[in-house]
Write a protein of this length. Sequence first.
Length: 269
Amino acid sequence: MDLTDKTVLITGAGRGIGAGIASCFAGAGAKVAVTDLDDALAQDTASALDTQAMGLVADASSQSSMADCIERVNNELGTLDVLVNNAGVGGLDLDYAEVAQAIAVTGMSDEAWDEQLLYNLRTAFSSSNAAIPRMNDGGSIVNIASIAALGPSPDLPAYGAAKAGVVHLTKTLASQLAPRRIRVNCICPGLLWTRAWEMLAARIQASQPEMANMTPRQIFEGVVAQSTPLGGEQTPEDIGNLAVFYASDKARMITGQVVSVDGGITLQR
């Protein structure tokens, strides 16, 4: 999959899944813009890529911030061909005290609910709205959702609802942008070792005394072994490889699709 001379912007790519996606696009020869709220992370990730790249500070939930960012990218790397809407936070990344006491939807405050929609749904909406008028026809948008979007998420209700919104947004944009041949597809990652999973593992440990002597990583590995038919965790590069495929000419007739990269977890739902 050769993306030489293509310009790609990836939101929230300073670390984790976003950084892995950036590495995969660089490996395919694309010019890569890495955006993040943290300037140092964005710059470090961009400088480590073996391609023409730049790091920028941008708020993916703000159309004006993203519009300014995309103007810089278009001027310095070339007109945008691919947008990857990766920016978001894990279901436990935000600091709301009631989550520790009541995970049920009825136990959440308006503020907690709104924060999840802001950082996990509006990011994709705002970034897409900023990018679409400024990107080439025949391009591609790749949205990163979660397997939490595909079924009930009792532990992460607001997060799951926000990611389900990303799935719906994907299909709507795919329909609306088809006349411009801009393809819009979605990836739902499964179990990846991230900051959010470290927090979740700590919560599991606190609620199950028999795990008191286990590390968060060991708890995560146990969940992976128990719930993944293919028997392994997913990596940022697993997500990045599919994103590169979606953006390539190999996927020229694929749009509006949602694919889980989860080792088969959703087969059991």
